[in-house]
Structure formats: C-alpha cells, structure tokens
Design a protein around this ligand. Structure first.
Ligand code: C2E
Ligand code: CA
Ligand code: CA
Length: 776
C-alpha cells in the first residue's frame, strides 16, 4: 500500500494523475449513461448502444492509462510503440463490449460477476499490452502477486459497479458505479505501476524523452473527452427524436404533417394504413392517397372531420375519417392531418343494419325490410305480384318434434323459396310460419300463376308428406299490383284475404284475390263481430214451423227455427250465420238460448204437441250438452218426451264414441233424437244402425224433386224402407205442393213438414191451428 502511494506521489506528475482520473470518471459516467440508454431500447438498437458504450469506455480507460503513463516521472527516457498501443485500445473496447453483453438486460448477480471479471480482464490486458508498448533501454519486471491482488480488486470494483447499476435508481445509479469503476482502475494502474520494475538494460535501444509529451497529453485528453461528449450528446438527441417519434406512433391514428400542400412527416400508423413506407409518403400530395367523400381537396379541410376512401381501394375499400388542424412544426405554420380508419366501424354499422332488416333464423329480410321494399315498388309503379304464404301443418311439426325441428323446417322452406324465385324477387319471413314473396316486373297474372305452380312443385319434391313426418305444405294467396290495390297496405291485406280463402278451400291450394272475395271476407268479419252480441242485444228470435201427420194434416209438433234480425242487414238467414257462429264458438250460448226459448214456448202448447230443436255438431261435442238440455227442461217444466233434438250426420263424423255417449245421456233423459237432412251427407246405413235415432228426416232437396225426378223418388223410397226395417218413422221436409204431399204419403212418410202446411211463424200461443190439407 505504502509502495503504491509512494509510487503515485513520488514518481508521478500529480496534475496529470488528476487529469487521468477525471478522464476516466467522465468515461465511466458515459459508460453507465449509455448502458442505461441501451436498456430502454429495442434489442437491435440496444446492441448498437452497447457497442458505442464499449468504444467510449475502452477509449476512456485507455486514455486514463496513457495519461497516467505520461505522468510517470521516472529517470528513464521512453516512448511508445504505436502498433501495440493501438492494440491495447482495441483490447479494452472489445473487453467492455463482451462485458456488456454478459451483463444482459437485467444485470442479475451472476451476470454482473461475469461482466465485472470480463471488464477487469480487459482493462488489465489493456494495461499490460500498453506496458509492452514502452520502448526504453530497460527490462520490465513485474511483481506478479501484487498485480494479481490489483486485478482482483479491479474485478471486485467492476462487479460492484455493475450490481449497483442494476439495482439503484437515478441519479446515484450512474454516479456510484462510475466511482467504483474509477476506484478499480486507479487501484489497478498504480498498483501495477508500483509493482513494475524497469531494470536498465542499455542493450535494449535508446528511449528518447519525448519533447512533445505535453502536447500528447492535451491531444489525447481533448480527443477522448470530445469523443465521450459527442457520444453523450448523440445519445441525448437520439432519445429526444425517438421519443417524439414514439409519441407520434403511440396514437392509434395516422398522422401526417403538411406544409405547402405536401406531406413533410408521417407516422408509422399512416404508413401502415396506406401500406407503404413512411419515407414514401414524405414529399407526396395527400390527394394521391385519399379521396374525400365530398370531393374536397384535402389541404382545404378545416375543423369538421371529413370521410374519405383510400384512393384506388375500390367500392368496398377502406373508409377513413380525416380531421385537419393548424399547427406550428419546426418553426413553420403547418397542417396536421389525423386519419382514423373507419372500416371496422362501418362494417359493424352495416352488420347492425343487416340484423335490423333480416330474420335471425333464416337470414331472409324481415317485415321491416319487406315493407320498405314494398313501398318503394308501389312508388315506382311497376307491375308486381305479392304472394302470401302460410305453412300447413307447421304448428303440429313444431309441437310434436320440438322447436329445433321447427327451426330446421323454416330454414329448409326459406332455402326452397329463395331458390324458386328470380334474383330480383324478394322473399321475406314476417312471422312464425308466414312468408311473403314480391315477384317483380310481371307482364300478367300468368307470371304469378307460373311461380305458384313452381312453388307447389318444389314443395312436393322437397317435402314428401307421405314419407317425411316433418314435411309441411303451403297455402298461397296472391294479390297483384296495381290490379288489386293502389297501396302497399291494401295489397298486403288483399293477399291475406286470398290466403285465408285458400286455406278455407283446403290446405295446399293457392287463391288469387278478387273483389268479391274481399267483400265476403269483410262481411264475414263483421258478422262474426256482431254475432257475439246478438243475444244480449235481443236480436235473436225463434220461429216455429209445424210438423204434421201427412195423412190428416194434424199438427204433431213444431220445429224451432232461429232468426237473426240484424240492425243494418235486416233478417240474416241461419244458413249464413249458423256456420259462422259455429266457427267462432258463439253457437254454444246461442244454442243454449234456443233450447230454453223453445222449451218455454212449447209449454204454451197442448201436451201432445212436441217441439224440435236443431243442435249443432259443435254443441254436440260438449260433454255437458245433456246437462244443458236437462236444465232447459227443468226450468221450463216441459216433459222430456215432448222434446226432439235434430242433429245432422256431421255430429257422427267427429268423435263417434263421445257423440254416442252424449246421445245415450240425452235418451236417458227421455228426449228423442232425430236424424236431420238425411240423404245429403254421408248417409251411411251404419250411422242409422249404430246410433239410437228415433226418427229420420229426409232432406228437402229430395222432396222438391220427387214429382219430376224418378231417382229422387227412389231415394225416398229406399230411405223409408230403411226406416221401416229399423223401426224408425220417416219425415219428409220441404213439402210445398199437394202433389209432393201425395207422393211422400204414397212412399210411406207418416209425417211431413213444409210451406204447404205452414211456413215458420212467430210463437204460437194456445192451441195450434189445424191445417186444411189441400186435396182433402
Ligand atoms: P233445417 O233444420 O233443415 O230447417 C228447415 C229449413 O227448411 C228451414 O230453413 C225452413 O224454413 C226451411 N223450409 C221449411 N219448409 C220449407 C219448404 O216447404 N220449402 C223450402 N224451400 N224450405 C222450407 P231455415 O229456417 O232457413 O233454417 C235453415 C237451417 O238453419 C236449418 O235447416 C238448420 O240446419 C239451421 N238452423 C235453424 N235454426 C237453428 C237453430 O236453432 N240451431 C241450429 N243449430 N241450427 C239451426
Ligand atoms: Ca231441422
Ligand atoms: Ca232439414
């Protein structure tokens, strides 16, 4: 230790020693500043900075070593071999480079040790190579143990410096490691110097004390310090520039700065958006890259953002939004363009629009879209057909096989419809199993008929009801524009009317709209509505038509016949309103009312006179019909034996077992049951045998032809024969003439009914009239 201090103080120019120390302090500070800079960088740039740091450190440590050598005031004249001196610099640079690489990005303890040892090895090698460059008339001898200790101390200092650098924060992060590096180098240099003995040896040539030593010191110091300062300034500027660029690149928008209508700067986003290098953009006219939606030149944009497309990107190309602002850039008044890519947003908007206008399941246009297209077509005035489609059996498929199967069927139907129509036509799904087709540009209704045929054929081919239990059929209603309506709403309504009619006719049919159809449908709707209030409004009444013994004309009973006095339409015939009442269920309260009224009326008649009441098949389906009848009898006090219930064969078409049960319940009350309108329906013998009828009424259509049509007469004869064999009396209804009376009497009908004996008339009070029988 003492030897070392003695060496520094006694054998060196202290001012130069201080200078040497300062140079290395600067060099090591630069080293750690550059290391710090390198850590912040991407990998490629980090290696560049490490190389620069290695140069700064290598040159710095070498300059320190060299100035220290020149500070040596030994008695021996010496100078330096240039090649070895240069080699010593190179060694230092390379060693630092290797050390920095060894330290890595994270300065782990292990890596700091490797880096410290490498740096120490480099500095030592640099030192001793430098020593070898001395040309002096002496032999150089080294005290190895001292040098090894110095090396170990140097390594320890470097390891400590790297570890501190890796762990500390600014500003000590630079200062402390730099001080340790300084300490290490000073220790090494002067320990090594004191451990080096130059033994004079005149045979080794003459070293001349160099007169230019002073200049050399200045030159080396200035060059080294200059180099290090340059490197530091470079690092600082680079940081500023890259940071600014990073700032510009940090935004999601493309940015271009315009001066004189040309791009002078552009960020990475813009270059990427346009698919070119940023350098390509510089100097170009922005009009070359963008086309504004309203055709404005880009440099003239102010304030409000404008939409534009990328030039040459075609129709479905990228859409951008450009906002322009005035800025000051590099001391000049410039314009900055912020370019935002709207493509994704526009696509999303289009998708939302599509979703709003289409059915999610089948992808077909929905009601909203359909209505818009329909209104447009109506406005354009072209001739087109509107087809309203409704699937047959769909509800059953959905109920039986589940909703997934139902959905699959709807998709199949959608595909089928789409394939059946022309490209220009529109298929829409507007509800559960309801579809609409707009067949455009039709020349006549023949075009629509052709489409209907095609649809039925496609359905038959695709949906085979006989083999596929999930197959569905279709009913179609067609209305034509402008023939059938003058507006879209009316046309839709009329297509629906036609569809309704098609379904009424039987499934799997098509119907074209006509005005008569419309009138009927409207009338029916109105009647349906009015019927529901007919009882409470007192519009219903009963007429009674006598039933007579054919032979003597004695009245044996009356048939109650319902009448509806409509406030506007007058008397509505039961043939019109009874089926409607059956359809809408109004027949149930009405039928009950009829029963009560008829029984009440009959209570006014002589006891042997019966009353016949028509009961609809719908009423017969009700399990409580017998109870209703019983209640009517109870309330009126009428003997059950005086009541006849008239039913038609349609009763037996529904649930036979249930019908039979009801019939037996009625019979158990003591009520008689008449088969009405026999001969018109299914007229099967089995019905007569299976059901406990008390009487058969031959339909009036046979009676009216009995005089001129031999076959009508033979049918009557057959029915009477049948009745006789089953022990059922047969009534002939609709007897209008004496001739008819005579004939039905001849054929064996004991009772008859008809205008000849009396038309239906208002309630008969008291004893019934005895009719004069014509011809008697
Ligand atoms: P229906 O049971 O066959 O009734 C006999 C119909 O023949 C009555 O017509 C009657 O006015 C008519 N008629 C009677 N004599 C003659 C005749 O000599 N010549 C001709 N051409 N016709 C004659 P109405 O009253 O118009 O009744 C029609 C149908 O309405 C009835 O046919 C019956 O099926 C149904 N109906 C009437 N009232 C009721 C009711 O209260 N309930 C139910 N469910 N149906 C009823
Ligand atoms: Ca009847
Ligand atoms: Ca009848």
């Amino acid at each position: 230790m003492f030897r070392v201090i003695e060496c520094i103080v006694g054998q060196h120019d202290l001012r130069l020693v201080l200078l040497a120390a300062l140079v290395w302090l600067l060099g090591s500070a630069a080293l750690f500043l550059l290391l710090k800079r390198s850590i912040d960088c991407v990998e490629a740039r980090r290696r560049q900075w490490l190389a620069i740091a290695a140069v700064a450190a290598g040159v710095g440590v070498w300059a320190t070593h060299f100035i220290s050598m020149l500070a040596y005031e030994g008695s021996m004249p010496m100078h330096f071999d240039p090649a070895l001196t240069a080699l010593s610099v190179a060694i230092a640079i390379i060693a630092f480079w290797a050390a920095f690489l060894a330290a890595g990005r994270h300065f782990s303890i292990l890596r700091c040790h490797a880096a410290g040892v490498l740096a120490a090895l480099g500095v030592s090698a640099m030192h001793f190579t430098g020593m070898q460059a001395i040309v002096a008339p002496a032999v150089i001898r080294v005290d190895m143990p001292a040098v090894i200790v110095a090396f170990l101390l140097l390594a320890a200092c470097f390891v400590t410096a790297f570890i501190l650098f890796g762990r500390l924060r600014d500003p000590v992060r630079i200062a402390l490691p730099a001080l340790f590096a300084l300490l290490g180098v000073v220790i090494l240099h002067y320990t090594a110097m004191s451990a080096t003995i130059l033994a004079p040896d005149p045979s080794r040539g003459i070293g001349t004390a160099d007169a230019s030593d002073g200049w050399l010191v200045v030159a080396i110091t200035v060059a080294t310090v200059g180099l290090i300062v340059c490197v530091l300034v470079g690092a600082f500027l680079d940081r500023m520039v890259t940071d600014l660029r990073g700032f510009a690149d940090a935004t999601l928008e493309g940015i271009a700065i315009l001066s004189g209508g040309r791009i002078i700067e552009a960020n990475g986003q813009l270059a990427r958006l346009l698919g070119v290098e940023a350098a390509t953009l510089v100097g170009s006219d922005p009009g070359r890259w963008f086309t504004t939606a309203d055709g404005l030149a880009i440099p003239s944009l102010r304030g409000e953002p404008a939409e534009a497309t990328l030039t040459g990107s075609g129709d479905d190309g990228q859409i951008v939004e450009i906002a322009a602002h005035a800025v000051e850039y590099r001391g000049k008044a410039c314009q900055v363009l912020a370019v935002r890519d709207l493509t994704a947003r526009k696509r999303a908007e289009l998708q939302v629009e599509h979703l709003a206008a289409h059915d999610a399941l089948t992808g077909l246009p929905n009601r909203m879209r359909f209505t818009a297209v329909l209104d447009n077509l109506v406005r354009s005035g072209e001739s087109f057909a509107l087809l309203a489609l409704d699937l047959d059996r769909f509800k059953a498929v959905n109920d039986i096989f589940g909703h997934a199967a139902g959905d699959a069927i709807l998709c199949r139907v959608a595909a089928l419809l789409r394939a059946a129509v022309d490209e220009k036509d529109l298929v829409a799904r507007i509800g559960g199993d309801e579809f609409l087709i707009l067949q455009r540009n039709i020349a006549s209704d023949a075009d629509a008929q052709a489409l209907v045929r095609r649809l039925f054929a496609d359905f038959a081919a695709e949906m085979d009801i006989t083999r596929d239990p999930m197959a569905v059929g279709v009913s179609i209603g067609v209305a034509l524009f402008p023939t059938d309506a003058d507006c879209g709403e009316r046309l839709r309504h009329n297509a629906d009317v036609a569809l309704y009619r098609a379904k009424e006719r039987g499934r799997g049919t098509a119907c074209f709209f006509d005005l008569e159809m419309d009138r009927q449908v409207r009338e029916r709707r109105e009647l349906e509505h009015d019927l529901r209030h007919a009882i409470t409004r007192g519009q219903l009444s009963l007429l009674f038509q006598p039933l007579v013994a054919t032979e003597g004309g004695t009245i044996v009973g009356y048939e109650a016949l319902l009448r509806w006095a409509h406030p506007r339409r007058g008397s509505v015939p039961p043939e019109v309103f009874v089926p409607i009442a059956e359809d809408v269920g109004a027949i149930i309260p009405i039928g009950e009312w009829v029963l009560h009224q008829a029984c009440r009326a009959a209570m006014q008649w002589p006891e042997h006179v019966s009353v016949a009441v028509n009961v609809s098949a719908v009423q017969f389906q009700l399990p409580n019909l017998a109870a209703v009848v019983e209640e009517a009898l109870r309330r009126s006090g009428l003997a059950a034996g005086r009541l006849e219930i008239e039913i038609t064969e349609s009763v037996m078409l529904r649930d036979r077992a249930e019908a039979l049960a009801t019939m037996y319940r009625l019979k158990a009350l003591g009520v008689r049951i008449v088969m009405d309108d026999f001969g018109t329906g299914y007229s099967s013998l089995s019905n007569l045998q299976a059901f406990p009828f008390d009487k058969i009424k031959i339909d009036r259509s046979f009676v009216s032809h009995v005089t001129d049509d031999e076959s009508a007469r033979s049918i009557i004869r057959a029915i009477v024969g049948l009745g006789r064999s089953l022990d059922l009396p047969v009534v002939a209804e609709g007897v209008e003439t004496e001739e008819q009376r005579r004939m039905v009497l001849e054929e064996g009908c004991p009772q008859a009914q008809g205008f000849l004996f009396g038309a239906p008339a208002a309630a008969i009070v008291g004893a019934p009239r005895f009719l004069r029988v014509v011809g008697e």
